[in-house]
Ligand binder design. Structure first.
Ligand code: TMP
Length: 208
């Protein structure tokens, strides 16, 4: 039996952490054996690469290096965590995946879609998420919430325009692939956001 791959996306400050816990609890209540993981990261090598990508030691990193490091971390993550879990019939809930590469490296840094697609096919083969929940808030709200947290990482240091391009790329992808990507209006109260998430998952679980 093969499991099911679900991802959660959104710009900084959309409330991913709190809502991923909620999604995990719903899936567990539905009897799914769940692996909770994140990108970049999720493995020992991936977490080291995450430090390179998010820390400030390599502030002037080229955008090619950034893109390739994202996919290097992803290759290891798929090999060690995601694919084995799916093969065992588990459900995998991942905090960010390749939609983030299209949004941040594509929209944000200005990469064309074509090289990202090549790497996606190379590293993932046919694997794509079965469901992606896109938590959406305006850049103003997201950055305001994120700014209240700890020291900004290499991405959080980017300007408003960068996140506007990231957000628009996410929304365009959701519009083009509305069967897979569900947009959650994360500007609402937590109760309202969680009821949107619950409705999306109930729909999904009915057919999976
Ligand atoms: P977060 O997981 O704590 O939100 O931080 C991860 C950061 O990495 C976030 O700013 C988005 C960025 N990122 C990319 O730029 N491309 C990617 O493919 C992934 C997975 C994350």
């Amino acid at each position: 039996m093969s499991g099911c791959f679900i991802t959660v996306e959104g710009i900084e400050g959309v409330g991913k952490t709190t809502n991923i816990e909620f999604i995990a609890s719903l899936l567990q209540k539905a009897g799914k054996e769940l692996v909770l993981t994140r990108e970049p990261g999720g493995t020992s090598l991936g977490e080291d690469v995450r430090e390179l990508l998010l820390g400030h030691k390599h502030d002037g990193m080229s955008r090619d290096a950034e893109l390739l490091l994202m996919f290097a971390a992803r290759a290891e993550h798929l090999d060690k965590i995601v694919n084995p879990a799916l093969e065992e019939g588990k459900w995998v809930l991942c905090d960010r995946f390749t939609d983030a590469t299209y949004a941040y490296q594509g929209g944000g840094r200005g990469f064309d879609t074509a090289p990202i697609e090549i790497l996606e096919n190379l590293v993932q083969g046919e694997l794509r998420p079965a469901l992606t929940l896109l938590l959406d808030v305006s850049v103003e709200v997201g950055l305001d919430r994120a700014g209240k947290r700890s020291e900004p990482d290499r991405f959080e240091k980017e300007k408003h325009d960068f996140f506007e391009r990231v957000r628009q790329t996410y929304l365009q992808r959701a519009q083009a692939d509305s069967q897979r990507m569900v947009v959650i209006d994360a500007s609402q109260s937590l109760e309202n956001v969680q009821s949107q998430i619950q409705a999306a998952l109930t729909d999904f679980l009915a057919s999976h």
